[in-house]
Design a protein around this ligand. Structure first.
Ligand SMILES: *[C@@H]1O[C@H](CO)[C@@H](O)[C@H](O)[C@H]1NC(C)=O
Ligand SMILES: *[C@@H]1O[C@H](CO)[C@@H](O)[C@H](O)[C@H]1NC(C)=O
Length: 195
């Protein structure tokens, strides 16, 4: 299992095992976003996005995004990526249900794990789209996505996920001990059974 898959699965499986009443299940899934925020950072990489509403009656319709992307330097690998996940349980967020760190990564985490999101970023910024062996680099610049663009955020290496509602916050920093992050994103998202 690729490391990110293990990282993403671990907290939810843990909570599944720990929950006294088994009220959640894992399986083939659709993941969608309730809300996206760029959070406080140095703003070296900033994605502003408005994401369309997910319609539960049409679960195979992909959500679309409009917005803008600012990359003050080339976005590549070599950063310290960190994430925390809260899990919604009994109408409360269980904060930092899981914390993880991925050293020396950045661009290729997205390319390998959420390939369709990478495709959108690469198309918008002029990075390499098809050649998965090319160095993963999105060139610096300011880019606009004025028209809604569909994006499939299914995790490529993870065929099943535990269902539930998650609050995910990810940061990228120069090094582990950097006082402030280069970038920060927050998602309130939900994993539901694939009908
Ligand atoms: C999204 O991607 C997954 C995995 O590649 C695929 O199974 C699914 O059919 C895609 N969804 C849509 C609506 O294209
Ligand atoms: C990007 O979008 C945000 C939110 O709409 C806006 O505040 C910001 O000024 C935009 N950035 C650029 C470079 O236009």
């Amino acid at each position: 299992m690729p490391p990110l898959a293990a990282i993403l699965l671990a907290p939810a499986l843990l909570s599944l095992v720990q929950s006294k009443t088994i009220n959640s299940f894992a399986g083939p899934y659709i993941v969608f976003s309730h809300r996206y925020n760029p959070c406080q950072s140095q703003g070296v990489f900033v994605v502003h996005a408005r994401i369309s509403h997910f319609n539960p009656k049409r679960p195979y319709d992909l959500q679309t995004a409009t917005g803008n992307i600012t990359l003050k330097e080339d976005f590549k690998d070599g950063y310290w990526a960190a994430g925390t996940m809260a899990i919604r349980s009994n109408n409360q967020w269980k904060e930092n249900a899981f914390v993880f760190n991925i050293p020396r990564k950045g661009c290729s985490v997205i390319r390998e794990n959420i390939p369709d999101l990478y495709r959108l970023f690469a198309e918008v910024t002029g990075g390499p789209v098809a050649d998965r062996t090319a160095p993963c680099v999105l060139p610096k610049g300011t880019y606009f996505v004025p028209e809604p663009r569909a994006v499939n955020v299914t995790l490529a290496n993870i065929p099943i996920l535990p269902y539930g509602r998650y609050w995910y916050r990810g940061t990228l920093s120069r090094t582990r001990n950097s006082p402030s992050a280069l970038a920060c994103v927050e998602f309130d998202c939900e994993v539901i059974p694939k009908p």
